[in-house]
Each structure stands twice: as structure tokens, then as C-alpha cells.
Design a protein around this ligand. Structure first.
Ligand code: FES
Length: 145
């Protein structure tokens, strides 16, 4: 049911933890399943994401997608991180079972929430970044399975 990459990231998740005095912190939940994701970003003066950590109270697919998402945004610029969608994360994991696709939205949305927090703290506007939702359940309704 799960690809080898999903199993690898689930059993050995990368970048678990938290960052003290993070540049941005984003938390999102899914009211339907009750899962919660929090992402911490450390962004330097040049706008490069030097470090990223996550903590979750979520299912295995949420753990695997968040682990992969943190790997994909690390070392990227803020603008590049914005282009990393849940689709890109799923592709990097060689796919997810259709009923688990919504879980991948937690990571994407938590990264956006952390970027939003960073922009607010710095008093800047990030081109293309919309105010994140605190609950991805609404978004989920729009996904086609
Ligand atoms: Fe809730 Fe996967 S079942 S995020």
C-alpha cells in the first residue's frame, strides 16, 4: 500500500524537533481527523531556509510527507519554498494511496503558515503567499480522489 520511500520517511523521519527562536512557526490542523502539524523555519538574512524542523500529532502519511517536505525546503529560498506543493512532496515519495492524499496538505499548509509568521515578524510581504488556513479540512473537500 505504501511505497518504500513513504515507509522510510515514516520509520526514520528527518528533521523532527523544534527550533528555539525560530524565524517562523506555523501550526495547522485537520478538524476531520484531529491531526496537527507544526513547522519551524530558521531563515537567514538572505532569505535562505537554513534549518527546518517539524512536530506532529498526525498519522503515518502526515509524518512521511512532512519529513520529505522539510528535506525539500531546506537550503531553499523563501520563494522556492513556496513552489513546493503537496503534489511535489507526494511525487518525491513515489506516491501516496488516494485516501491519504489529504494528509500531505498538512505539511504544505504548515510551511505556508510558518512563512506567513516569518513575514509578519519581519514586516515584509512574500509575493504569492496567501494567508494560511488553520484547518485544512475545508481544502480537503476540494480534492478529487
Ligand atoms: Fe489525518 Fe492523515 S489521517 S493527516
Amino acid at each position: 500500500m505504501y511505497t518504500e520511500k513513504v515507509m522510510d520517511h515514516f520509520t526514520n523521519p528527518r528533521n523532527v524537533g523544534e527550533i528555539e527562536n525560530a524565524s517562523g512557526v506555523g501550526t495547522v490542523g485537520n478538524a476531520k481527523c484531529g491531526d496537527i502539524m507544526r513547522i519551524y523555519l530558521d531563515i537567514d538574512e538572505a532569505g535562505i531556509i537554513n534549518d527546518v524542523k517539524f512536530k506532529t500529532f498526525g498519522c503515518g502519511a502526515a509524518v512521511a510527507t512532512s519529513s520529505m517536505a522539510t528535506e525539500l525546503v531546506k537550503g531553499k529560498t523563501v520563494q522556492e519554498a513556496l513552489t513546493i506543493t503537496n503534489k511535489a512532496v507526494m511525487e518525491a515519495l513515489d506516491g501516496l494511496p488516494p485516501v491519504k492524499v489529504h494528509c500531505s496538505l498538512l505539511a504544505e499548509e504548515a510551511i505556508h503558515a510558518a512563512l506567513w509568521d516569518y513575514a509578519e515578524k519581519k514586516g515584509i510581504k512574500i509575493e504569492g503567499l496567501e494567508r494560511p488556513k488553520s484547518d485544512i479540512h475545508e481544502e480537503e473537500e476540494k480534492i478529487e480522489y
